[in-house]
Structure formats: structure tokens, C-alpha cells
Design a protein around this ligand. Structure first.
Ligand code: HPA
Ligand code: ZN
Length: 353
């Protein structure tokens, strides 16, 4: 906590603008989840892919999800239009333009190679296209962008090992590995050996856990996979001992409020447990997950969640941004620079009421 900022001097009606302008890191973003319906149609046309929807509006109208799987079915189908390096570049570049406009200064971006290699797209096409966009984001916006390779947990550990092998020639282009896709019935321990190998290789390790799956999956992600962050993790509040453990260890949770409502983890944003997580001392962050599917990018997540949860205040806004830097996989000196910018933003807001 930063004692030199007078958070109480910041009027509540100033919060939306402050949430938008404050520098932040985005740590839970699936690049395939940034494919807007307009871009899906443009890429389908460019690549001669037939879509089962007559229009952009008809596709968007299909985004009425009942749970994680109902979303994943559409998300994997949408990703089917991606074929060339240029396609992957265009998708990622569109995201970085939006992220820069949201004052994201650092993004650790998930990608799902198996979604593409299973369709016959080479892993080099995926990684090189994405990496090109990361480099341009840094050059044009000063936005540092890093890639995290996710294994699909509904597939086997052998398939994950094969994907790791295919990716290793491009090792310098990704900083870590994650675990996503259908959570229920696919516990973290299914991937114990491949995660051990990734740790030996010096890769950072994270995993989705406690989104739809039980708190026990958060524990096995920590104990078996030895992850450095938990993606989602919101179901931890069902287990008070686990909440105490997460608070004491400061293992970050990358929380995605709009995603949680769209996938029915919470009925409404007003029911979300973000304030509870912060009040318990957890290193929670706010992120957008699959913004093209869930109705908003990271600033939409911040602004809508603060509007729905009146208990969230200026101190929480500062804490969430500070947590996003603390939780990122960058050297301490880089974190310190972003923290200074964050503190200056809040000090100026406090000085002007
Ligand atoms: N959960 C699991 N897998 C995913 C998600 C998610 O929210 N988004 C993209 N793949
Ligand atoms: Zn996710």
C-alpha cells in the first residue's frame, strides 16, 4: 500500500476516468478471444472459409453462453478462420491497438497452438505471426507484449508434450505455459509431467483453475503444477483455508469479471467476489479473458465492475493496477517504473479532487 496517496480525496465520480487512464498490465487474455465478428468475417472471406452464419450480427447474436463449454464451442469454431502468419498478426495487432488505447503498458498474452495445429496450421505460422505483432506493439506504443503458450486440458498430456516439442525451436518467443479449455473433469494433475518439464526449461507456469472447477483444482495447480499465478481462481472463496493460503503466499489471481458473468460463474457483476478477494488480502488483478466474446476489453471490465460493486474504491483501483504489475513476469526495475507512473496518476487525481 502506498501511504503518500490520499485516496479519500478522490471523488467517486472521478473513478471511471481514473480506471481508464491508469497504467495497467493485462495478464489473462486469450488472443483467439479477441477475434471480433467483423474480423472473423474478413478473414473467412480472405481465406475462402465458409461460415455457418449469414452475417456479423447473426454471429454476434449467437454469443449467448450457458457455461464454459458453450462458449468454447463457438470460440474454437471462430478460430478456424485463422490460417496464415498475416492472419495471426492482424488478430494480435487489432488487440494491441485496443490495449494501448486502454492504457495497458504490458500484456502477457495466451495463445492456443493446438487449436491451430490440429487443423493443419504450422506452429511456426502461429508463433511468428503473433511475435511480429508483439514487436510492433512495443515499437509503436511502448507496450511490452509477451506470449504464453497454453495447453488444451481436454486433450491428453501426450498431446501437450508433442506441442511443447513443436514449440521449442521458437522458445525465445514465449515466456511461459498455461492450461486452459474445459476445466471440469480435467484436473491440473493430468498435466503434472509436462509442467515439470516446462519448469526445467525455465518457462513460467500458470494455469486456469477454480473458474468452473472446484477449489481443489486451485490447490493441485499450486501443489502439483507449482504454478506462479492462478487464472480465474474465484471459487477459492468456497474454502477459507485456501483463501488464507493465497493471501499469505500472494500467489496472484487473474480475475475476469465480465467473463465470469457471461459464463454464469456469477449471476451478475453485483454478485462478483472481487471486493471480497481484495479485502482478504489476495493479489487479485482485473483482466478481459476473451473480450470479443464477453462484451468488453480491460477498461470495460474495470469500469463496469466498479459501477456494479459500490464497495470498490479508489484505493482498490490503485491496488488492482499495482497488483497487475507485481504479478507480471518482468524484472523488478520494470515493475518499479510502472509503479511510479501509477502513483503519479493517483497523486495527481488526489491533488485535483
Ligand atoms: N476458460 C478456459 N479456457 C478458455 C477460456 C476460459 O475462460 N478462454 C479461452 N479458453
Ligand atoms: Zn481464460
Amino acid at each position: 500500500m502506498n501511504p503518500s496517496i490520499d485516496f479519500d480525496a478522490i471523488a467517486r465520480d472521478r473513478l471511471p476516468a481514473l480506471l481508464r487512464t491508469m497504467p495497467k498490465a493485462e495478464l489473462h487474455l486469450h488472443i483467439e478471444g479477441t477475434l471480433e465478428p467483423e474480423l472473423i468475417f474478413r478473414l473467412a472471406q480472405r481465406n475462402g472459409v465458409a461460415l455457418p452464419y449469414p452475417s456479423v450480427d447473426a454471429l454476434r447474436a449467437a454469443y449467448a453462453f450457458t457455461d464454459l463449454q458453450s462458449f468454447l464451442d463457438l470460440y474454437y469454431a471462430g478460430a478456424g478462420v485463422l490460417q496464415t502468419e498475416q492472419d495471426f498478426f492482424d488478430m494480435a495487432w487489432a488487440y494491441f491497438e485496443r490495449a494501448a488505447a486502454d492504457n495497458v503498458v504490458h500484456a502477457e498474452v495466451f495463445f492456443d497452438p493446438q487449436t491451430h495445429t490440429e487443423r493443419g496450421v504450422g506452429i511456426e505460422t502461429v508463433i511468428v505471426g503473433l511475435e511480429h505483432a508483439c514487436r510492433r506493439a512495443h515499437a509503436e506504443y511502448g507496450l511490452s507484449a509477451k506470449l504464453i503458450l497454453c495447453f488444451l486440458r481436454h486433450l491428453s498430456e501426450e498431446a501437450a508434450f508433442a506441442t511443447l516439442e513443436q514449440a521449442l525451436p521458437y522458445r525465445q518467443h514465449f515466456i511461459g505455459v498455461g492450461l486452459d479449455s474445459s476445466e471440469r473433469g480435467h484436473p491440473p494433475e493430468k498435466f503434472a509431467r509436462v509442467f515439470a518439464r516446462c519448469r526445467e526449461l525455465g518457462l513460467h507456469v500458470v494455469a486456469h483453475a477454480g473458474e468452473e472447477g472446484p477449489p481443489a483444482y486451485i490447490e493441485s495447480a499450486l501443489d502439483v503444477l507449482k504454478v506462479e499465478r492462478i487464472d480465474h481462481g474465484v471459487r477459492c472463496t468456497e474454502d477459507p483455508a485456501l483463501v488464507r493460503r493465497l493471501a499469505a503466499s500472494r500467489v496472484p489471481l487473474t480475475v475476469c469479471p465480465l467473463s465470469n458473468v457471461k459464463l454464469r460463474v456469477f449471476d451478475t457483476l453485483a454478485d462478483h467476489n472481487l471486493k471480497t478477494l481484495l479485502a482478504a488480502g489476495l493479489c487479485a488483478t482485473v483482466n478481459s479473458d476473451d473480450p470479443a466474446y464477453f462484451g468488453g476489453y480491460v477498461n470495460d471490465n474495470f469500469v463496469q465492475t466498479f459501477a456494479a460493486l459500490p464497495a470498490l474504491n479508489a484505493r482498490d483501483a490503485w491496488q488492482l493496477a499495482a497488483n497487475s504489475f507485481d504479478a507480471s513476469f518482468v524484472p523488478d526495475a520494470q515493475k518499479a517504473g510502472w509503479r511510479q507512473r501509477l502513483d503519479a496518476t493517483f497523486a495527481a487525481a488526489a491533488a485535483s479532487g
